[in-house]
Design a protein around this ligand. Structure first.
Ligand code: PFF
Length: 473
């Protein structure tokens, strides 16, 4: 029988009573970095980042994005991970512990609800990626060469209720299967396999794309610096993308940080996550644009890029079938490691605060989130009602993304900065962040950014998002 301390070190949860149950920890810093990078690298990296770069001045946008990641994204991430590690709790418990008897735990509640909300529709889109993997394997794109045809195929596919629901269920079941094993035997084991595989697939695709005849034009579109395209809107786009892409604002990193040992350097671990996330996004663009321009197609963004434009190129490039399959497996894997973190936030809350068993929490959250995602699955053609909601004039999936993926995440990030910068005792905040650090002097700079720079920048985007909503109606 292990003592509690030994059990913590070996990463096993002991005793059935959660009060005495020791918290699991990651087996190594690498495990934390890969799991957090897995959360960060997702659909946002593949279908949004490359397009934003191409449209907003290429390398000029890239420089701005990098500066924003370092000055705003990284400090907010460090704040989340530090809060999690200091309190060793899920988002609700973390705020409650750091500021007992205050209303701040509501921010944690917002985070858990946001994670749950995002998971419900993220799983639907990830299900499409599974479906398209099967299509690529069975050669369904073999005769399709223009986006008109692949557009029809996509419309038919997402309008078929049973297919999208079944794939949504399969993806949710995979997510539950990964999380149910716990931190070491579940999340860590899965990410240690999936993340290296993801980078390998990405590199393979980049090689294929860059070696095609005519790839240069895509390369130019993607990276040629054009500072004339940089406006205030460019900064807002870069900041919005950075927050979503780094998975900040809903407590995924509080939760992952709560499993991080005091011996680890939060700043270095978190900076590595930022680097991997940005690298993956950058590589996704290198995999997509040169290939697209080589066959003479126009880029798009979002689902249109990945499910309509890209399938039209596979038939035209050597070994296209294979690369098509690799691309959709990559997309599925990227989505899976993000969904794992979304589910883990809810599961950590239920096991910490409500004393549920991990198994019960995983299965129940998986089922309820699946049910909440049904209208999203039906909102892309199968049900006219959910495709165009009365009065709101948007589809259910878009509505969920606006509420959870956009507004709630940004609000969460803002409140987190205000809490860590102004409400949490500064000594504790600093301790949470610099304990185990090789560069403790960085703590003061970090605190400055979290207090002043981050709230102003994130508050500005939140205002912008709300004003856009208001103006659009
Ligand atoms: N970062 C993910 C992406 O880029 O697709 C999305 C995401 C996952 C946001 C997990 C927030 C989160 F907690």
């Amino acid at each position: 029988m292990l003592t509690a301390e030994e059990a913590t070190d070996s990463g096993e949860a002991v005793a059935s009573n959660p009060q005495t149950r020791r918290r699991e920890t990651w087996g190594s810093r690498l495990a934390f970095v890969l799991a957090a990078a897995g959360s960060a690298i997702g659909l946002g990296n593949v279908w949004r980042f490359p397009y934003l770069v191409g449209k907003n001045g290429g390398a000029a946008f890239l420089i701005i994005y990098l500066a924003i990641v370092v000055l705003i994204g990284l400090p907010v991430m460090i704040a989340e991970v530090g809060l999690g590690r200091f309190t060793r709790r899920n988002p609700v418990g973390a705020f409650a512990r750091a500021a007992p008897n205050s209303g701040w735990r509501v921010v944690g509640v917002l985070g858990v609800i946001t994670g749950f909300g995002i998971l419900s529709y993220y799983s639907v889109v990830a299900g499409w990626a599974i479906g398209y993997t099967l299509k690529a394997v069975t050669g369904a794109f073999a005769t399709l060469t223009d986006p008109g045809q692949t557009g029809n195929l996509f419309e038919q596919f997402v309008g078929d209720a049973w297919t999208v629901l079944a794939l949504h269920a399969v993806f949710m079941a995979l997510t539950v299967a990964a999380v149910i094993g716990g931190v070491r035997r579940g999340i860590e084991r899965w990410t240690l396999i999936l993340m290296p595989a993801l980078f390998l697939m990405l590199l393979l695709l980049v090689l294929r794309s860059l070696t095609l005849d005519g790839a240069g034009k895509g390369f130019t579109f993607y990276l040629q610096p054009d500072f004339s395209k940089v406006t205030g809107a460019t900064f807002i786009a870069a900041l919005g993308q950075a927050l979503f892409s780094l998975s900040v604002g809903m407590g995924a990193l509080i939760t992952y940080g709560s499993y991080l040992s005091e011996r680890e350097d939060v700043v270095i671990a978190t900076a590595s996550v930022c680097l991997l996330d940005t690298l993956a996004a950058f590589l996704a663009g290198l995999a997509i644009f040169p290939a697209l321009f080589a066959v003479g197609l126009e880029p798009a963004q979002g689902a249109g890029l990945t499910f309509v434009v890209l399938p039209a190129i596979f038939h035209r490039i050597p070994f296209g079938g294979l690369f098509g399959t690799v691309f959709f497996v990559l997309l599925t894997v990227a989505a899976l490691t993000s969904a794992i973190s979304l589910l883990e936030v809810c599961v950590a809350y239920l096991t910490d605060e409500k004393r549920w068993t991990r198994k019960g929490a995983c299965v129940l959250v998986g089922i309820v989130s699946f049910l909440l995602g049904i209208p999203a699955a039906l909102s892309t053609g199968a049900s006219p009602f959910f495709s165009q909601l009365p009065f709101l004039h948007v589809g259910y999936l878009d509505l969920m993304d606006t509420i959870f993926g956009n507004i709630a995440l940004t609000l969460g990030a803002l409140l987190l900065c205000l809490f860590v910068g102004w409400r949490w005792v500064p000594q504790d905040a600093l301790k949470g962040v610099i304990e185990g650090s090789a560069y403790p002097g960085l703590g003061q700079h970090w605190l400055f950014l979290v207090r002043y720079v981050c709230p102003v920048a994130i508050g500005t985007i939140l205002l912008q998002i709300l004003m856009n909503l208001f103006v659009q109606g």
